[in-house]
Ligand binder design. Structure first.
Ligand SMILES: Cc1cc2nc3c(=O)[nH]c(=O)nc-3n(C[C@H](O)[C@H](O)[C@H](O)COP(=O)(O)OP(=O)(O)OC[C@H]3O[C@@H](n4cnc5c(N)ncnc54)[C@H](O)[C@@H]3O)c2cc1C
Length: 544
């Protein structure tokens, strides 16, 4: 990659996550001269740290596998989850163009996908939902040796690292991952085979190299340049100096504003203290858009994700608290010692539980809250990095009795004791959670114990084997999903309604087409790449 940024190109893409790289590849593939500016020292954004799944209804791989789906089913599903926040024209664009985006990348670049088998949608029993999965795709394992020296340019996160496993083999995809032998793991490590988000970004990045698309890291876009209402350039900072690049279109793909504390406070609908994305997602493009009068939308929403603090040498890391919540022998309680929701519900929907208010007490009813589990769960599954069968380390609160645990946490001991008693004598024996319906959805059971696959016993289990353990659970997010409102071609709209000439947005930077919904595994990256594709194609068409 050359060190100098050309002074003039057709399209400048801001951000090198999956939305940005898809936009860059599409614009290039449709004839435009493209560069990507990336603020961080390494490329790939949160997308490179992610599970790498993309949720694309009616996709070509499920069709090839004979799994039925249709435009109508997908739109019915999204409509049933909308709460009037999903704009029909954006949902239609997403559903119509998703399969085309997958096919275009596979036909015109070296990017490849495969199905993540059987991963149910996140609300599979809603009309048009898929309890048997099929809509979630991932890139197959990819050898970073094929990137040569450029392999080091990709950012590596703490949740999956460079793990040589695909999503179906990881613990986000299942409670107990499909086994990969030590021998096979060693082989994969020797060949630097990576899965999940590393594979997704690896595939997209390799395709960018093949298409000679330059990606400039350590290069932060600061502002947009417009002449007579049309994009004419971008101001950016590189090596401490300010520069400008001339262009005729800009595609914003610089992620959300989750690391900007002021914006989080001012816009989100409730507390969000633990973002798990790259810390460079600070709402820079949102500021650029506000300066030029862009219309904003979906500002209150994020891709909510419960998180726990796991100690590290530097302090702690925010760990996505996803599959653990569905495991038998565990519940969650608030300061009253009471359960407050279906603990196994999908992480995005779960976010609403953190925003519930106790009106009389004028406080958040379920913040703080704790995940409570027992030695039986520890023996069967382990916990985060603690191997199964171990005793818990000190960062996990532990006690011989429920009363002692409550005292250590400073919560209502009587409340906790009653909750556990009800759980062990009613919910578990009857295999029915009357209060919150845990275990009724194929979603809950998928994330539970595979030995009881397909039944509520996958997630409902007695909590009666001391020692008892507790970890505080925080309100986190994979990223925010509000920002400039676009039309169905990914063009950013002015507050008065017309598109701003030459300005596009895709991924978490834009007002999401999904409203408050997370359709299924891959529900953020899927729409991000579809709108990246739409943006890249339309931006290139301006110069044809
Ligand atoms: C552990 C984990 C697992 C996940 N698994 C999945 C999954 O399997 N499927 C799914 O759909 N979602 C998943 N997510 C969420 C998903 O990763 C994000 O929603 C998605 O990556 C957002 O993509 P993006 O391209 O919009 O932004 P990002 O990938 O975050 O990229 C934005 C980029 O823009 C750069 N940037 C910011 N400001 C500027 C600026 N001023 N100038 C230039 N560049 C800038 C940032 O540095 C960053 O590199 C997961 C998230 C995590 C943390």
């Amino acid at each position: 990659m050359s060190e100098d940024i050309q002074a003039t190109v057709d399209v400048v893409v801001l951000g090198s996550g999956a939305a940005g790289l898809t936009a860059a590849l599409t614009a290039r593939g449709h004839g435009a001269r493209v560069v990507v500016l990336e603020k961080a020292a390494k490329l790939g954004g949160t997308s490179a740290w992610s599970g790498g799944m993309i949720w694309i209804p009616n996709n070509p791989h499920m069709r090839a596998a004979g799994i039925p789906d249709s435009r109508e089913e997908a739109l019915t599903y999204l409509g049933s989850l909308s709460h009037d926040l999903i704009l029909p024209e954006l949902a239609e664009a997403y559903v119509d163009v998703g399969p085309e985006m997958v096919a275009w990348l596979e036909t015109n670049t070296s990017v490849r996908f495969q199905m993540v088998e059987e991963f149910p949608d996140y609300h599979p029993e809603f009309p048009g939902g898929k309890p048997q999965g099929g809509r979630s795709l991932e890139c197959p394992l990819m050898s970073y040796q094929t990137l040569g020296d450029a392999a080091d340019r990709v950012t590596v996160g703490s949740n999956y690292g460079t793990a040589p496993v695909s999503m179906s083999e990881s613990n986000l995809g299942r409670a107990i991952p499909i086994g990969v032998t030590d021998e096979e793991k060693a082989r994969r490590q020797r060949e630097d085979l990576r899965g999940c988000g590393q594979s997704l970004i690896g595939h997209l990045f390799r395709a960018c190299i093949e298409q000679e698309i330059e990606i400039f890291t350590d290069t932060a876009a600061l502002d947009l340049r417009l002449t007579d209402g049309e994009i004419t350039g971008v101001q950016y900072q590189r090596e401490g100096a300010l520069h400008e690049i001339k262009c005729r279109a800009v595609i914003l793909a610089s992620g959300g504003f989750e690391w900007n504390r002021d914006m989080v406070r001012d816009f989100l609908r409730g507390p969000m203290t633990h973002p798990v994305s790259v810390p460079t997602n600070e709402g820079d493009a949102l500021k650029m858009c506000m300066r030029i009068g862009a219309k904003l939308g979906n500002m209150r929403e994020a891709w909510w994700m419960p998180a726990i603090e796991v100690p590290t040498d530097e302090g702690f890391r925010s760990h996505l608290f996803a599959s653990e919540r569905a495991r038998p022998r565990s519940i969650m309680v608030n300061r009253k010692g009471r359960r407050f929701t279906n603990e196994a519900a999908n992480y995005n929907a779960f976010g609403a539980a953190f925003h519930e208010q106790d009106v009389a007490a004028f406080e958040y009813a379920n913040l703080p809250c704790w995940f409570i589990f027992d030695q039986g769960m520890m023996d069967r599954f382990g916990f985060v990095d603690v191997p199964k069968g171990s005793k818990a380390p000190n960062w996990i609160t532990q006690a011989a009795t429920a009363a002692e645990l409550a005292a250590k946490l400073g919560i209502d001991a009587d409340g906790l004791s009653k909750t556990l008693d009800h759980w062990n004598t009613s919910v578990v024996p009857n295999q029915k959670d009357e209060a919150f319906g845990r275990g009724e959805s194929a979603h809950d059971n998928w994330w539970g114990d595979p030995n009881n696959k397909g039944t509520s016993a996958a997630t409902l289990g007695a909590l009666d084997q001391p020692p008892y353990y507790a970890v505080e659970v925080k309100s986190g997010a994979l990223g925010t999903k509000g920002g400039p409102r676009t039309d169905a071609l990914a063009r950013v709209l002015h507050v008065d309604g017309d598109p701003i000439g030459g300005l596009y947005a895709a991924g978490n930077v834009m007002a999401s087409a999904m409203g408050m919904t997370y359709g299924g595994a891959g529900g953020t990256l899927g729409p991000g790449m579809v709108f990246g594709f739409l943006a890249g194609r339309h931006a290139a068409s301006r110069f044809a």
